[in-house]
Design a protein. Structure first.
Lengths: 140, 115
């Protein structure tokens, strides 16, 4: 809203619309966070505003403010988020799988399970014959 | 100019409404989430919602003072998620690791490498 000219008006409207789209993605993610059944599918919903939503928001603000300083800062925001979001999502997803919080009945196929099976792991709930050593494991 | 200004304000009000609902839903999941990882994911979304609020506010008031805050917030979610994920992994893997070792061969180099 720096005033003046038809181009400025169009850019203001475009920026506001982009930010509105970003807000809608945040809303959709929150809906998914509440409605989806397990942690992995909730992560699927949660990554939408973190990457696409943030890029839309940042583009909207950059188009609206139209200064080089804000453009640089916003570029840094988007770049840092794009660099760090996959790392944190990978760590959370790995922890989810290893602590067995995945709903295996909802999966169509589980490639990691077959790979782990080939590497000598058994997945899913703990085997029944491991009953006695469980107490020792909790103590140590 | 005035018409465009009004349109921008209306769009931002609509976006603010969406963000308020989004934040409430996310906080509900944080309060109810069965595991701490649910809460981590919900906290990440809440950080994204706060970034969106700051962006909408920057557009409405036409200033750039909140942009550094957006920068910090985009890094904050990362640090929180990674630290909590590592914390949960260490605590739960200690139990599951012994369960998996107990029935099978305890000294399998592939197993140790994978873990």
């Amino acid at each position: 809203m720096s005033g003046g000219g038809a181009v400025a008006d169009v850019l203001d409207l475009l920026g506001a619309f982009l930010v509105l789209l970003g807000c809608f993605l945040c809303f959709a993610a929150a809906l998914g966070i509440v409605r989806l059944p397990d942690v992995v599918s909730r992560m699927h919903a949660a990554t939408k505003p973190q990457t696409l939503g943030l890029i839309l928001l940042v583009a909207g603000v950059a188009v609206s403010l139209r200064t080089w300083a804000s453009f640089g800062t916003l570029l840094l925001v988007a770049a840092l988020q794009l660099a760090t979001a996959p790392v944190s999502a990978h760590l959370v997803g790995r922890t989810v799988y290893r602590t067995d919080q995945v709903r295996h009945d909802l999966l169509a196929r589980d490639d990691l399970a077959t790979d782990l099976e080939a590497a000598g792991f058994h997945l899913g709930p703990a085997p029944e014959d491991a009953g006695p050593p469980e107490d020792d494991a909790r103590l140590s | 100019m005035s018409g465009v200004h009004t349109a921008v304000l209306v769009m931002m009000a609509l976006g603010g409404l969406l963000l308020v609902v989004a934040a409430s839903l996310t906080v509900a999941r944080m309060a109810r989430g069965p595991s701490s990882l649910d809460r981590v994911v919900a906290a990440d979304v809440l950080v994204a919602v706060v970034i969106a609020v700051l962006a909408a506010e920057a557009i409405v008031h036409d200033h750039a003072t909140t942009l550094p805050v957006m920068l910090v917030l985009s890094l904050l979610g990362f640090a929180g998620a990674v630290s909590i994920a590592r914390f949960v992994a260490e605590r739960d893997l200690a139990v599951r690791g012994r369960e998996q070792e107990a029935p099978g061969a305890p000294t399998d180099p592939v197993d140790e490498g994978q873990r």
